[in-house]
Each structure stands twice: as structure tokens, then as C-alpha cells.
Design a protein around this ligand. Structure first.
Ligand code: 5AD
Ligand code: SF4
Length: 431
């Protein structure tokens, strides 16, 4: 049996796309390799959201080149967001002639067929055709984790934030049919899934023509079984008060919202084309907190967007201090060719960007640590999802990480927090 190894870069969407790709290979009689060395086919499922992700792909391709010199029949595939960009695909093809197949984000399910064509003698295939019909049908995936699972609800993005490459490589928004999503979620729950994370670039604008995101959440939080639903990513301009209220009301909707702020400066938010201001963002946060005092909040922040001044940066710091996120994903602005921000005047010096991100990480570390210490004494329902030495690990509905003495992986359990270290909680199982 031939074996495939998929190396995944980037976000949870890509992780899940790779799970689907493994399933597509399996349907074609190709199994999963446990390492690059044991593989007959190697797939790079790439990301291009920041320059660092692209650099890592290029670095790792160098290693594969050496492997291919030893193993001439090895088939090398590059797919995903990075190679969906025609200029990059061209460059990869010219510089890395050992790559057999270059495709992008639209043709993942056709990759096993492309592999067959290469096995039959075609030297290389480049297929970047844009096919935005992929929202339909049941998604078959070979999930590495059957307890905590991902389900795509939509693809693409219409927002064109000025720093972001995603709309150019993933195409326009399209939503899967709510009934297909419902069937998939129900099946996963029947198979033992306890945490379902709904995935989309902007889940709040989900709309299959009949159902919006509120209706979808309503349907998915009313299935028999012991589970909770999380979702990402929410766009602050589209997260409705009704959705916040539903999260508060429904026990099966996790009390967790990932709501990327990006910047605390209204001037920068406007330049980013985010279409909200800090006041309306904070109003949503306040509503969520008033309805769910323990709600878990996390965010993405970009520092060093073109023209960002020290004053703009301090407004971001202030917003972070005001919201007191449990978790913050901080990024240095990275110029992406083809996006409006890449050609804006006032690009910020790398040193200043690094200095700002260091300060922001410090501010957040203090907040997260204080947030965690305030949990001591509380009891949380925890989904046990792994082991760390002789201890068990899990996550709360608020998406807090907790380590405890005893548990069963894949089961919910009540844990009382006894101590904390940085943002991590430590506790004891309650009988
Ligand atoms: N530079 C830095 N960060 C970026 N992100 C998206 N594009 C860029 C970029 N060009 C960040 C945003 C987004 C997250 C997934 O990645 O914060 O929410
Ligand atoms: Fe990128 Fe903005 Fe779309 Fe998110 S909403 S994927 S940041 S363009």
C-alpha cells in the first residue's frame, strides 16, 4: 500500500482540510504515513497569511529535495493558500523542479487523481483553477482527534481587510447547507465527539440562503447528547447581539468567543477596512460579560500596521487592558503582495514592530496570569483531552486550559481550581 504524509501549515481550517485530504487519499487506497521518510507521497498544505509561514515552507522544501534525490519515485505536492497565488506557484515550479504537483485551495479533493496522473507518467501538474462550488455535500474527513473535532460551515471571505491575503486565495464566501452541517455534527456526536468547533473565516456571516448563523447555532445546540459547540472566527462587525444572547442561554454553546480586535485605534481600524470602531467592539464585549460573567474571550492583534504611531499602539494596549482577554494571538504586521496595505505609505520599521509586540505580550501575560488566579476556588466542567506526565489536561467551556489529578480522556468531569501558573489552571477532580 502506498502511503502519504501531509505537512500542514497555518490555521485550524488548514488542519481540517488536511484531515479531509487524508480521507480523499484513503478512498483511493492510499494510507497515512507516520513520517516523511516512510512516505511515497508528501503533501505540503501551505499558508500565506504572514511571511513567516511562507519562509517555513521554502525551508522544508529544501529538506524534501534531498530526500527526493535518494528516493526518485517520491511524489511531492504543494497545495493550499501559498501556492494558490499564481506568481508563487510559478516561482516554485521554476526553482523547485522536483515538485510534481502544484495546486491551491480549490482542488484538494482532486489531488489523489492528480497523483495517479503523475504515476502514469505526467511530469508535473499545475492547477490553480478557481472553483467556488466546494461548499456542498457531506465532508468526509479522517479526523486525528475524534473527541475535539472541526466542522467547516463556510469557505472564503468577502471582507477584504487591507492587510489580509485570504480573500484573494480562498475566494468569495459560500456556506454549506445547514442540513448537511446538522447531519455531520449529529453523526460526530453519535460517534463520541464532545467538542465541535465550527470553522469559517467569518462564521457570523454564515448564510445558506435559508438559515443564518443564529439559526444554525439554534439547530446545532439542540441535538441530544453531551457535547459543546465552539466556533471561529467571528468578525466584530457581524457578531449580533442575538447570537451573544443565544450563547448565554444554551448550555451546549460553549461560553467562549474569539473576537479579533486587530487594533485599538479607530484610525488604524478604518485603514484596515474593519468596519467597526472600538466603542462598538467594547459594547459587544460588555454585553457578553453582562450575560455571562465568566465568558472566555480571546483575540487577534496586529502591531505595526502602516502608519501606526506610538499613540495608536497605546490605544491597542488600553483596549487589551480594558477587555482582559484570557488569550491573545499577537502578530507583527507582515506585508502581503497584492493587498492594499502592502503599498501604503508609512510602513513601520521592523525594530519598532518587534518592540511593540514585546510590550504587548508582556501586558497580556500579566492580564492572563491575573485572570487565571481569579479562577482559584471555582469549579468548572472540563473536557478531559490529554495527559501531561502523570496528570490529565482539559479545557473548560471558556476555553481555559486546566491540568488535574485524575480523569478519562474524552469525558466531561468537574474540576475545582486549586492553583494557577501564568494562564494555566491546576485543579482537583470533584466527586
Ligand atoms: N500580517 C500580520 N498578521 C496578519 N493576520 C492576517 N493577515 C496578516 C498580516 N498581513 C492575522 C490577523 C488575523 C489572523 C488570522 O492573522 O490578526 O486575524
Ligand atoms: Fe482576512 Fe479580514 Fe477575511 Fe479575516 S475577515 S479572513 S482578516 S479579510
Amino acid at each position: 500500500m502506498k502511503l502519504v504524509y501531509i505537512k500542514t501549515y497555518g490555521c485550524q481550517m488548514n488542519v481540517h482540510e488536511s484531515e479531509k485530504l487524508y480521507a480523499a487519499f484513503e478512498l483511493n487506497g492510499i494510507g497515512q504515513a507516520d513520517s516523511v521518510e516512510n512516505a511515497d507521497i508528501i503533501v505540503f498544505n501551505t499558508c500565506c497569511v504572514r511571511e513567516g509561514a511562507e519562509t517555513r515552507v521554502i525551508g522544508n522544501l529544501g529538506i524534501i529535495k534531498k530526500l527526493k534525490e535518494k528516493k526518485r519515485n517520491l511524489i511531492v505536492v504543494v497545495c493550499g493558500c501559498m501556492s494558490q497565488q499564481p506568481a508563487i506557484a510559478e516561482k516554485l515550479h521554476k526553482r523547485c523542479s522536483f515538485i510534481n504537483i502544484i495546486t491551491g485551495t480549490y482542488k484538494l479533493s482532486s489531488i489523489p487523481d492528480m497523483v495517479k496522473r503523475v504515476q502514469a507518467g505526467e511530469k508535473f501538474i499545475i492547477d490553480l483553477e478557481n472553483d467556488e462550488t466546494i461548499a456542498g455535500g457531506i465532508n468526509i474527513a479522517k479526523r486525528s482527534d475524534k473527541i475535539s473535532t472541526f466542522v467547516n460551515i463556510m469557505y472564503g471571505c468577502n471582507n477584504f481587510c487591507t492587510y489580509c491575503i485570504v480573500p484573494y486565495v480562498k475566494g468569495r464566501e459560500r456556506s454549506r447547507k445547514a442540513s448537511d452541517i446538522y447531519d455531520e455534527v449529529k453523526l460526530l456526536i453519535n460517534e463520541g465527539a464532545k467538542e465541535i468547533t465550527l470553522l469559517g473565516q467569518n462564521v457570523n456571516s454564515y448564510n445558506d440562503g435559508e438559515n443564518n448563523f443564529l439559526k444554525l447555532l439554534d439547530m446545532l445546540s439542540d441535538i441530544d447528547g453531551d457535547y459543546w459547540i465552539k466556533f471561529m472566527t467571528s468578525h466584530p462587525k457581524d457578531l449580533s447581539d442575538d447570537v451573544i444572547r443565544l450563547i448565554a442561554e444554551r448550555p451546549k454553546l460553549a461560553k467562549y468567543i474569539h473576537l479579533p480586535l486587530q487594533s485599538g485605534s479607530d484610525r488604524i481600524l478604518a485603514l484596515m477596512n474593519r468596519k467597526y470602531d472600538i466603542a462598538s467592539y467594547l459594547r459587544k464585549i460588555d454585553l457578553a460579560r453582562s450575560l455571562m460573567p465568566t465568558v472566555g474571550l480571546s483575540s487577534d492583534i496586529i502591531v505595526g500596521f502602516p502608519t501606526e504611531t506610538e499613540e495608536d499602539y497605546l490605544q491597542t494596549e488600553n483596549a487589551v487592558k480594558r477587555v482582559r482577554y484570557n488569550n491573545l494571538f499577537t502578530f507583527i504586521y507582515s506585508k502581503r503582495t497584492g493587498t492594499p496595505a502592502a503599498t501604503m505609505d508609512g510602513q513601520i520599521d521592523e525594530e519598532i514592530k518587534k518592540e511593540r509586540i514585546t510590550r504587548l505580550i508582556e501586558v497580556q501575560a500579566e492580564i492572563a496570569s491575573k485572570n487565571a488566579s481569579e479562577c482559584i476556588g471555582n469549579t468548572y466542567r472540563v473536557l478531559c483531552d490529554g495527559k501531561e506526565g502523570d496528570k490529565y489536561t482539559g479545557k473548560t467551556s471558556e476555553d481555559r486550559v486546566i491540568v488535574f489529578d485524575n480523569g478519562t480522556i474524552g469525558k466531561f468531569i468537574d474540576v475545582k481550581v486549586t492553583s494557577s501558573k501564568n494562564s494555566k489552571l491546576y485543579g482537583k477532580v470533584v466527586d
